[in-house]
Write a protein that binds this ligand. Structure first.
Ligand code: SF4
Ligand code: SF4
Length: 372
């Protein structure tokens, strides 16, 4: 998706409903961040009042909490547990079914999901980068995933550049944030009195033109730039800048993997919240009538025993091997498969790990070792 316009309009905060109405007028279902069950997750947005105003997150290893904020902004928080992933790669979906007719013939049919055009407001730069990575996996020729393709094509993405990173964020060190540079239809800089809006696609440019906004003045543009620069500077975590592919593959027998395994519960929380993890299992569910059988795809995790079950043997029977598989796949082998690291620095796996294992700290510890 190329940037098709450099025009940047100013949308006053009180006018945010105009953008939501414009998206609905184009028949998009509009979803965006909402407070639910103590976290900010995507939900249906009917009006700007549904967005999480006056709330901020507090995140640290193994901790996520919401608390009141004195700021009257709608996007002054960092990502919650949910990324774009479930919108395109469903946690569980029926891929196909087979059934027997009364005359005994066997039929197979693909599952046909009704896809609703959906506009997502509030997408962060790290999640756009993660979506682009998921595209590389699911849309890879010669067998692009048709269900993923259909859901991906139905998305209209409204990015909001990040100004309030969590303590666990490190997107600046992976090069994936805090400013969204591509992959969006519209992008918003949130400043004190509203939003600077720019388009990143033809359809985004059409929506922007329909809003008929005044041009953003220099003072507001400066404030927007200062906001994302401060967000980058505020990040205290980072991945080391050295060649992590080579470093990790040199340390496959490091004793540090045992140290991590003593704490890791193999619960799979990290892979569930990770916006780039795509491992899944497939299985059949035959109906008890013996006539229909359905074939499902469901998120799986490299931390489960079943994920490495091959011909009667669990290849990665110990947590040590599973954590090593996760980290070395994410930060080393992804370079071979997809041309870059599989980590976009969103920090979710740190906040949502029940024992607070911090991927950046583990990598720093491994990288600091001599060759094992
Ligand atoms: S590995 Fe952790 S920090 Fe990196 S993209 Fe996945 S959840 Fe985010
Ligand atoms: S690293 Fe944390 S979240 Fe991931 S499997 Fe281990 S205990 Fe669970």
């Amino acid at each position: 998706m190329s940037i098709v316009t450099t025009e940047q309009g100013f949308l006053a905060r009180a006018g945010l409903d105009r953008l939501i109405d414009a998206l609905r007028a184009r028949d998009y279902a509009v979803i965006g961040p909402r407070v639910r069950d103590g976290a900010i997750v995507y939900g249906s947005i009917g009006a700007a009042a549904d967005l999480p105003t006056g709330v901020r997150d507090a995140q640290s290893p193994g901790r996520y909490a919401l608390e009141p904020s004195p700021l009257a902004r709608q996007f002054a928080w960092a990502n919650g547990p949910q990324a774009l992933k479930p919108l395109v790669f469903r946690p569980r979906e029926r891929l196909w079914a087979s059934w027997r007719t009364p005359t005994g013939e066997l039929h197979f049919g693909a599952a046909a999901e009704a896809i609703e055009p959906t506009a997502v407001i509030g997408v962060r730069a790290c999640d756009l980068a993660a979506l682009e990575l998921q595209d590389r996996h699911f849309l890879r020729e010669p067998f692009p995933d048709p269900a993923y393709r259909a859901r991906r094509d139905a998305l209209f993405l409204v990015a909001v550049h990040c100004t309030h990173p969590a303590d666990t964020c490190f997107c600046a060190s992976t090069g994936d944030g805090p400013e969204a540079e591509s992959g969006f239809d519209l992008a918003l800089h949130e400043i004190d009195d509203g939003f600077i809006v720019a388009a990143g696609s033809d359809v985004g440019a059409a929506v922007l033109a329909g809003l008929d906004l005044p041009a953003a003045d220099q003072a507001r543009m400066d404030a927007a730039r200062a906001g994302v620069a401060a967000a980058a500077a505020a990040q205290s975590r980072a991945l080391p800048s050295q060649d992590l592919r080579a470093t990790l593959l040199e340390r496959l027998e490091s004793p540090h993997w045992d140290a991590v395994a003593e704490r890791c519960l193999s619960c799979g929380n990290c892979t569930a919240v990770c916006p780039t993890c795509f491992c899944h299992a497939e299985f059949d569910e035959p109906a008890s009538d013996g006539i229909v059988s359905e074939h499902y795809r469901q998120w799986d995790s490299c931390f489960t025993a079943g994920h490495s079950y091959l011909h009667g043997i669990v290849i990665r029977a110990e947590t040590r091997a599973r954590y090593r598989q996760w980290l070395t796949h994410k930060l080393a082998h992804w370079h071979d498969q997809y041309g870059r690291s599989g980590c976009v620095g969103c920090g979710r796996c740190i906040s949502w790990c029940p024992v607070g294992i911090d991927l950046t700290a583990e990598v720093v510890a491994l990288a600091g070792e001599g060759k094992a």
